[in-house]
Design a protein around this ligand. Structure first.
Ligand SMILES: Cc1cc2nc3c(=O)[nH]c(=O)nc-3n(C[C@H](O)[C@H](O)[C@H](O)COP(=O)(O)O)c2cc1C
Length: 187
């Protein structure tokens, strides 16, 4: 079973992005074992302390040491990703560089119409930095705009066309992971 770590860019209690992450985790549980790894408690990245990082950082990195792949789900804050997520990614770009070479797919939900497209463009740029080196699924952007109209009263995603689209992206991601593995075993 593919072991996937999910990082969620919103830490608020009723986060749509957390709901979307849980939806993906539960819907595809027969294909992927998605574990949501919290980023709320992480210390601010500080190069002065990175060699003796605080427990919050050590625990975080330890939980990511043996995952096969990553899922990042983010809102858009001021046309980019939230600082709390950038902070987590900055920690992951140092030391063991836990995302390096790891297949990664991204998703985002917003109440606006553009569905986090600008944040996701920044996120792809960040994940392509030498310290990150994630292997991001090309294309296949899960952009959930006007999310407040696509969930029911309990916050569960119910919009059929969005669900169908996510099904297709997850299929693509599973194929992408398999092709990455073939390339790695050949070389
Ligand atoms: C500080 C801040 C900045 C925001 N900037 C944007 C933005 O640039 N684009 C956008 O579509 N929505 C923006 N929003 C709206 C968020 O996308 C919306 O609040 C969303 O529900 C947050 O995700 P969450 O429900 O997972 O917490 C912003 C919200 C906040 C609090």
């Amino acid at each position: 079973m593919l072991k996937v770590a999910a990082l969620v860019g919103s830490i608020r209690k009723d986060s749509y992005n957390m709901k979307l992450t849980k939806f993906i985790r539960d819907r595809y549980k027969d294909h992927m074992d998605i574990k949501i790894v919290p980023i709320r408690e992480l210390a601010h990245y500080d190069q002065d302390i990175e060699n003796e990082a605080p427990a919050s950082v050590q625990n975080f990195k330890a939980q990511l040491s043996d995952v096969d792949a990553f899922l990042i789900v983010t809102p858009e804050f001021n046309h980019s990703i939230p600082g709390v997520l950038k902070n987590a990614l900055d920690w992951l770009s140092r030391g063991n560089k836990e995302m390096s070479g790891k297949p990664t797919f991204i998703a985002g939900a917003t109440m606006g119409v553009l569905g986090t497209v600008r944040a996701q463009m920044h996120l792809r740029q960040i994940l392509n930095a030498p310290g990150m080196g994630a292997s991001v699924l090309p294309g296949n952007e899960i952009l959930v705009g006007q999310v407040q109209h696509k969930v029911d009263e309990s916050g569960q995603l119910v919009d059929e066309s969005t669900i169908k689209f996510i099904d297709d992206v997850v299929d693509e991601f599973i194929r992408f992971v398999a092709s990455n593995r073939e390339k790695t075993s050949v070389s």
